[in-house]
Design a protein around this ligand. Structure first.
Ligand code: ADP
Ligand code: MG
Length: 263
C-alpha cells in the first residue's frame, strides 16, 4: 500500500470570493531585460481570486520569467505586479513575507534531498512562519495524507518516485497557506505514467478554489480546469482568452500554429 491516492476533502479552504473580491495577481505593462535582451515586453494580465490561468507558448517565450517575476524571484525593470494588493516592486515591500504567501512548484521537484519528507514539509513553516514544531508537523502530515502519501513521512526524497516527490512539493507549498499557487511545468520532467497523479492533485486544488497560474503544455488539464489561457511568444502575451475561445479558435496565427503542433 505504498500509494494511497488522493484523500477526500478540500486541500485548502480559501476565503469565499465574494467576501474578498478583486484580482489576486495584477500584472501591468511589465517589461524585463537580461542585459541587452528584452525577455518580456509590456505584459499585462490579471488573475482573479479563485481563477485558474494556464500559460503556454513555445520554449524561450518568457513563461518562466513572467511567473518568477510574480513572486519576485526575478526583478523587472518596467511596470508593476501586485499580489493580493501588495506591490512586488516597492522598497517598502517585505519580499520574504510576500514569497511566503506565494506557493511555487517547479519542473524539478526541489525538495531538500538531505531532509526527511516530514522535515521538508515543516522547515519553512517553522523558520518562516514561526509555527511550533508540533503545529507544523500536524499541518504537514495532514497535507501529506491529502496527497495520498502519509506512509512516506519518514523517507527521504530520493526514495520516492518523481510523481510522489512532486506531490510532496505541492503539499509543502500548501503548508504555508499561500494565497496563490504558481506552477512552472510541474509535470514535464516526469515519466508519462506519473503525470496523471500530479495533475489530479492540481485539479483538486483548482476545484477547491485556489488561485493558480500554471505554465504547462498539458492541454487536457487546461481544458478541464482553466478559466483562461494565456499564450506567450517572444516575451509578449499574444493571446489572453477564455478557455472556450482559446481552444475554439485562437485569434492569432502564432497561437494557432502552436496549438496545431501540440494537440
Ligand atoms: P520559457 O519558460 O517560456 O521557456 P524563459 O522565461 O525561461 O522561457 O526564457 C525566456 C528567454 O530568456 C529565453 O530566450 C532564455 O534564453 C532567456 N533567459 C532566461 N533566463 C535568462 C538569464 N538568467 N539570463 C539571460 N537570458 C535568460
Ligand atoms: Mg520555462
Amino acid at each position: 500500500p505504498a500509494d494511497e491516492g488522493l484523500r477526500a476533502g478540500p486541500l485548502v479552504t480559501p476565503p469565499p470570493a465574494a467576501a474578498t473580491g478583486g484580482s489576486m495577481i495584477g500584472i501591468e505593462k511589465v517589461s524585463k531585460w537580461y542585459g541587452e535582451f528584452k525577455v518580456l515586453t509590456d505584459c499585462t494580465t490579471s488573475v482573479a481570486r479563485g481563477e485558474v490561468v494556464v500559460v503556454c507558448g513555445p520554449s524561450g517565450s518568457g513563461k518562466s520569467t513572467l511567473i518568477k517575476c510574480v513572486n519576485a524571484l526575478e526583478p523587472f525593470q518596467e511596470g508593476q505586479i501586485t499580489v493580493d494588493g501588495t506591490r512586488v516592486k516597492d522598497r517598502g515591500t517585505n519580499l520574504p513575507k510576500l514569497r511566503a504567501r506565494v506557493g511555487m512548484v517547479f519542473q524539478h521537484f526541489e525538495l531538500f534531498p538531505h531532509l526527511s519528507i516530514t522535515d521538508n514539509l515543516t522547515i519553512a513553516q517553522r523558520k518562516v512562519l514561526g509555527r511550533s514544531g508540533e503545529d507544523a508537523k500536524k499541518r504537514g502530515l495532514d497535507l501529506l495524507e491529502r496527497v495520498g502519501l502519509s506512509a512516506h513521512a519518514k523517507k527521504f526524497p530520493g526514495q520516492l518516485s518523481g510523481g510522489q516527490q512532486q506531490r510532496v512539493a505541492i503539499a509543502r507549498a500548501l503548508a504555508m497557506n499561500p494565497v496563490v499557487m504558481l506552477f512552472d511545468e510541474p509535470t514535464s520532467a516526469l515519466d508519462p505514467e506519473m503525470v496523471g497523479e500530479v495533475l489530479d492533485v492540481m485539479v483538486e486544488l483548482a476545484r477547491d478554489g485556489m488561485t493558480m497560474m500554471v505554465v504547462t503544455h498539458e492541454m487536457g488539464f487546461a481544458r478541464k480546469v482553466a478559466d483562461r489561457v494565456i499564450f506567450m511568444d517572444r516575451g509578449e502575451i499574444v493571446e489572453d482568452a477564455a478557455k472556450e475561445d482559446f481552444f475554439g479558435q485562437p485569434r492569432s496565427e502564432r497561437a494557432q500554429q502552436f496549438l496545431s503542433k501540440i494537440l
